[in-house]
Ligand binder design. Sequence first.
Ligand code: GCB
Length: 890
Amino acid sequence: MLRLKKIKTNQQKLVLLLLIVLIAVNCFGQKTGRSVINLNANWSFQKGNSSSVSMVNIPHTWNAFDTMDDVPGYYRGIGIYKKKLVLKPEWKAKKLFLYFEGANQETEVYLNGKKIGSHIGGYTAFRFPLENLKFNGTDEVSVKVDNSYNENIAPLTADFTFFGGIYRSVSLEVKEPIHFEDNQYASKGIYIHANQVTKASAEVIVNGNLINSFANTELTILSTLTDAAGKKINEVKFSTTANASKVVAFQLPKIQVSNPILWSPENPYLYQATTQLLDKTGKVLDEVKTPVGLRFFSFDVEKGFFLNGLPYKLIGASRHQDFAGLGSAVSKSLQVKDVELLKDMGGNFLRIAHYPQDQSVLDACDSLGILASVEIPIVNEITETEAFYNNCKTMQLEMIKQNYNHPSIIIWAYMNEVLLRMKFSNEPERKLKYLSNIEKLAQSLEDLTRKTDPTRYTMMSNHGDVNGYIKAGLVKIPMLVGWNLYQGWYGGKSEDFGPSLDKIHQQVPDKPLLVTEFGADVDPRIHAFTPLKFDKSLEYGMLYHQIYIKDILKRPFVVGAAVWNLADFGSETREETMPHVNNKGLMTLDRKPKNTFYLYKAYLNTKPFLKIGNGNWNLRGGVSAANVITQNLQVISNTDTVELFVNGKTLGKKKVIDKITNWNVPFRNGKNDIKAVSFVKGNRIEDLTSITFNLKPEIFNNLTVPFKTLNVLLGAQRQFVDEDNQEVWLPNQIYKEGSWGSIGGEAFKPKNTSRQSYGSDKNIISTLNDPIYQTQLIGLDSYQLDVPRGKYEITLYFAELAGTGASTLPYNLDSLIATNKEIPEQRIFDVYLNDKQIIKNINLAANYGAANAVQKKFECVVADDKGIRLMFKGIKGKPVLNALQVKTIN
Ligand code: GCB
């Protein structure tokens, strides 16, 4: 103090300040012992043998775009990443590591041209020590990643895209020669779990490993538990003499907590354990901070799931990790957003499927109170080799050890629908052998999991072939059984779901039952007033989920349920209305909620909720002879009554039934303002939206709205909204005098498929608006539009659908589907417009190839009262028309 007073000059003050900063930095540096440097920026990247090198940032995948194009397949091969390391001289005395959070799927890492390690599997982390570094700015890391098919690495086949690349973060870890380490499974080296948790007390157990690459020395391990406010609760320590070059496993004395605040979805309270490695002098050599959630849980076959002694229905969704335009190379903040959206929906359960995901996802589950299950990617089938088995076991160990500390995890799982792609179906003996090999693998993974982590439950997810799984001996192995059920989608009707749950419960009375998947594809661009299975309409999806959620909620023995899927996801082999995307998400690929999301939100939220269910349907169309048209609009809410206002006028109040009110809304052409209002305990909540309506004339001689464009889908009962062009495509009608429509013909029906209600499920080449081409009228005689005199532009849309009936998805839950061997039909026909031949001898398959989008545009002047007449004349086979657009030309 006295001395300080003597410091007078500015220079002296500056020196003192610098000194304080230096001491602080030094203390801080020493405090944790380790530093982690993010290495994501600026890697050079080269794909395969290509000579072109580009600069990329990690997360990166080389498949973000080729998985979405019209060329079947995507690049599955090698990619090489390189980066020079910037190393500080003071790190010469430290231990350096490269830590990869995930690269798909086989990785070899080289330092200065020398291989330093390799890793198998695309969804778990790995770490390699960096030795013999030069520290002169030339040290270079090069990483060879390969996402080729490898029969020894799971997944072999699955309904999702296997994006290649270093798609999760990479970092450089700088540690003291003595540090916490689990030098096998890339964990943090510290394992923490809570034991004997009750409302009155709990114990926190800290286990771990350390490595001493120095000399024999005395060490202390100190673990301090603090509460969420940072207040110390308790600490424990353990001292040992560690020999040089030895890994030392340790277990600290239990940390006692009295009157713990328990972790739950409502209050995801996290304590923190700071575990330090100290040398003789008390210097911190290493430090690991771990969030700790104190909770206890159990499953009961009849009563369901209990957390902290209270019953909970586990309900939520499964999640894939990719995002629109990014493939799997998704930032941590977008991943966290998914968990936030699930929480916002009211979900308390996330099935992290079909593989372990980014740490940020589980961190978010911990902090938001989402219970989670995590699984390794054994999907559909196995390979009966030692190598496949060993890789699976390593993945299971990596998954458990890397994620062990997350309080949100309650389930480890390891197989999904392993009987779906049954190998050796025609060789009974061989098939039995295959089944017994699956059983062996399942049993060994089960044993490994229980031994490695006895604090959690185990699970396997099966498809609906319940007897098959029982017979194969698979149902008795895990502690919980998940069933992926799709009644009303891949087969049967949605109403079959409830009874099938009851049946499974009878067949498997001793295993708690989870519905680990259920869902229906919703392409948010498609709408239907007579929804049909597989029409991909939002309306069918709503009907499906309305039935499912009620059936799940009313059965206590259904311990949990996860919608397949939280969001749409990439599945390159899928074609259908949105090729390469599985549309079963409650949100789109870029996370826009669909109505189905709001349905769950209404069911699962206790906070008053009200949402006009236009979903993304802000542009509608319809046909009317008047200047208004009445169409259904749903309002989704968990309140008792809803009042709806349309363009300022009330439509009255309605009682909410099963979270929905249905309204016959009189839409006028153009903009319509809609408002829904509810009162909850005197408080008013409301939702507003505006819907643009494209009203189309039913009759032309007395136009009530101006006629500019008419877009018609033939052979369809659905609407398609093309938002980019602000066009609504309406289903066709049969011609009536004064109006418009087709004469003759019947809707295309795919052959060899029981699942597709109508339309083709093939990718239509050269368009993003596949639904315009996926339905068709076959054998039509003519198309008549009784339009007034004037000038018109007519566009005919064609695609040959025959021979394209059933897709050959490697993933298909409908066992009845036969592989399609149809040859594209060689139909030849002519088209006449008002008696003038406009198309001669068109052969869609021969001229353009099957499933190729063809547009033919014509102009015509209507100078009489006969309107527009299109005549179709078959030369060979039947003529077809997929869609039609008529525009007025001024
Ligand atoms: C399943 C699979 C899942 C698929 C889903 C579907 O049963 O487990 O990977 O994506 O069905 O949408 O077909």
